[in-house]
Design a protein around this ligand. Structure first.
Ligand code: PXP
Length: 236
């Protein structure tokens, strides 16, 4: 399973003082050196962490893969088409949320999402849709030309009982298999950590995980190199 690191939280810390440290660009370069397969950032409409300067500098410096998480809104689409990350992951966005709260409803927003995919494809950017492990959503994602899906793992990660956790894991397994059959690439993320990743790696159809909070938080205690190599070891 490939492992991409989301560095938004480094920008949160930087912005807390309105100064330049810690710099998410330097952090991303170090993460690449320590072996991650890609760097993920979410350029939010409210710019609460990553800003446009970060995205442009990351485009110049990231050598593995840049995955830009974004809402399907014209201002951000224009930036993405100009910056050209390898991958754009479309996510729902609410200003009041602390973090992304769930998957996109592709079925109810089919026109906006199709139009966004078209614009990003015209700029040669692959498109992933962040969705729940739901067969109808996956079918619609494939129909409108998404290249990949990212399965929302928040319900699995935050399950309050083992039964709920295993039920959700099974849903994700079935969804990933179905998406693969339709020719979609399959990523997954949200809330994955050092404790819940082990069961998760039993799902063979998932190509890549996108992890932020758990690895960034651990790096504060043990350093980034160790935090990444510990996660890598669990993903193997
Ligand atoms: N994938 C998506 C689409 C997300 O929005 C996030 C959170 O920014 C993540 C993955 C990573 O989640 P976490 O920080 O909980 O690992």
């Amino acid at each position: 399973m490939r492992f991409c690191l989301n560095v938004d939280h480094i920008a949160v810390l930087r912005n807390a003082r309105g100064e330049v440290n810690p710099d998410p660009i330097t952090f991303a370069l170090m993460a690449e050196e320590y072996g991650v397969d890609g760097i993920v950032v979410h350029l939010r409409e409210d710019r609460r962490h990553i800003n446009e300067r970060d995205v442009r500098l990351l485009r110049e410096t990231v050598k593995t893969k840049l995955d830009l998480e974004m809402a399907a809104v014209q201002e951000i689409i224009d930036i993405a088409c100009d910056v050209k990350p390898e991958l754009a992951t479309l996510v729902p966005e609410r200003r009041e949320e602390l973090t992304t709260e769930g998957g996109l409803n592709v079925i109810d927003n089919i026109e906006v999402i199709s139009n966004t995919i078209e614009q990003l494809h015209d700029a040669d950017i692959e498109v992933s849709l962040f969705i729940e492990p739901d067969i109808e959503q996956i079918n619609t994602a494939a129909e409108i030309g998404a290249d990949l899906i990212e399965i929302h793992t928040g319900i699995y990660a935050n399950a309050s009982s083992e039964e709920e956790m295993f039920d959700e894991l099974e849903k994700i397994r079935i969804a990933a298999k179905h998406a693969k059959k339709l020719g979609l690439g399959v990523n997954a993320g949200h809330g994955l950590n050092y404790l819940n990743i082990k069961e998760f790696t039993s799902i063979e159809d998932i190509d890549e995980v996108s992890i932020g909070q758990a690895v960034i938080a651990r790096s504060v205690f043990v350093g980034l190199e160790k935090a990444i190599s510990e996660m890598r070891a669990l993903l193997r």
